[in-house]
Structures are given as structure tokens and as C-alpha cells.
Design a protein around this ligand. Structure first.
Ligand code: SAH
Length: 226
């Protein structure tokens, strides 16, 4: 179920941000091994050019990470697609927690899929901009300005957790907030060698994990800034 978005003329785009350019990105992702049609459809629907600075809008449909200020980046579309696909492959989660809202693009993709999205960001200014985008597109996303390493315990447990910044090791507070049968996707490792991990929690609370792909993410940092 793709959530309906309020698409204003600037969301529909023209030239280098048009639907045709978006469709081409989807074809590239398909060629790069993304198979889940629900995920490809969400990428086709969400206007990524609205999640970057206007000066970068014409590069929004390249399969590349782009700067969003404060030394942070909007993830590469293939990474967003891969993480989202991994999150859905064992059944559709209801409630999802994202750590690292950044531009808001990953959260928008999850919301477009009809999931109940909760997202946490430590940089206030990025979060305020992301909230404007959610509002502009009519997407229902709950968000919090906080250090995401503590998760969002009042709203847990979550059927799925997606971490979009890399930590040297898995964060216990987050695995604790994962529901039984839930899936957690997170990049883990030193800045020079990170792996995208997929974890599952079974009925006894045991965690199993496997590696999806080598990745490069900005670091998961402590504390919050305005
Ligand atoms: N999901 C984002 C990717 C943003 S990059 C997108 O779609 O655009 C990673 C983000 O994680 C950055 O915005 C960074 O500020 C944030 N981050 C890093 N450490 C964090 C922490 N401890 N808690 C919450 N957010 C964090």
C-alpha cells in the first residue's frame, strides 16, 4: 500500500527532476539487484529532489549519496532500497523506528509503504527541515530530537529498527526495543570497514545475524546539537 502524497507542482518536478528521471533510477536499482516491487514503487513515488538543497536537486536521481549540511549525507538510493527491502523480506512490519532522520528521505520511503514510522535525529536543524518535508508531502511520520542511541523506549517495542549511521558495535538499547520476531538493520564497524547487518529476534529473545553488504555510513555520534 503506497500512502498517497500531496504532490505540489515542485514535487512532480521537471527536466532533471521529472518522473521520467525517477523511473530511470528505478530501472538502475533493478539492474543493481533490487527486486521488491513495493520498494521500487516507493522510490518511484517519493520525490528525492525535495530532500536535498535546491542547488543539488538535479543530481537527486543519480545513485549516489549527497551532502545535506552539518557534515551529513542523504544515503545512496541503492542503500536505502537495500535496507528497506531487507526490512520487509520477513513480512510487513507495523511499527518502525529509524535512527538518524537526516534529510528524512528514508523515513519518507517507509511512510510511503504504509508503515508507522518513528524517527530520531540528534541535529535539530536537520530534523526541523525534515519535518517540513513530511508536512509538505502529507506524510505521517513521528519524530524526536534526541540521541538515538537510547532509542524511543516509550514507543517501543518496534517490529523493525533501521539505523542509518554506523556504530563500532550494536547498540543494546536498540536490540532491547526490537519486538519478538522483529528485524533490525544497521551498519556496524569502524569507519574504514563497515558491514550492513541484519538481525532477527526469535521467540526466546535470541538474536541471529548476517551480513548483507559492505557499506559506508557517517558515524553514530553521542549527544544532541541544536
Ligand atoms: N536516513 C537519512 C540518512 C542521514 S545520515 C536520510 O535518509 O537522509 C545519518 C544521520 O544520522 C545524520 O543526520 C546524523 O546527524 C544522524 N545521527 C548520527 N548519530 C545519531 C544519534 N546518536 N542519534 C540520532 N541521529 C544520529
Amino acid at each position: 500500500m503506497i500512502q498517497r502524497m500531496r504532490l505540489q507542482p515542485e514535487a512532480i518536478g521537471s527536466g532533471l527532476t521529472s518522473q521520467r528521471v525517477r523511473d530511470r533510477l528505478v530501472e538502475r536499482l533493478r539492474e543493481a539487484g533490487i527486486r521488491d516491487e513495493r520498494v521500487l514503487n516507493a522510490i518511484r513515488t517519493v520525490p528525492r529532489h525535495l530532500f536535498v538543497d535546491e542547488a543539488l536537486a538535479m543530481r537527486a536521481y543519480e545513485d549516489t549519496a549527497l551532502p545535506i549540511g552539518h557534515g551529513q549525507t542523504i544515503s545512496q538510493p541503492w542503500v536505502v532500497a537495500k535496507m528497506t527491502e531487507a526490512l520487509l523480506e520477513d513480512g510487513m512490519p507495523g511499527k518502525v523506528l529509524e535512527i538518524g532522520t537526516g534529510s528524512g528521505y528514508q523515513a519518507a520511503i517507509l511512510a510511503a509503504l504504509g508503515l508507522e514510522v518513528h524517527t530520531v535525529e540528534r541535529i535539530g536543524e536537520l530534523l526541523r527541515t525534515a519535518r517540513k518535508r513530511f508536512r509538505q508531502l502529507g506524510l505521517n511520520v513521528r519524530s524526536k530530537h534526541d540521541d538515538g542511541r537510547i532509542g524511543w523506549p516509550e514507543n517501543g517495542p518496534f517490529d523493525a529498527i533501521i539505523v542509518t549511521a554506523a556504530a563500532p558495535a550494536l547498540v543494546d538499547a536498540l536490540t532491547d526495543q526490537l519486538a519478538v520476531g522483529g528485524t533490525l538493520i544497521a551498519p556496524v564497524g569502524a569507519s574504514s570497514s563497515q558491514s550492513l547487518l541484519k538481525l532477527r529476534k526469535d521467540a526466546d529473545g535470541n538474536i541471529s545475524q548476517h551480513t548483507l553488504a559492505p557499506v559506508v555510513f557517517v558515524p553514530l555520534l553521542s549527544g544532541m546539537i541544536d
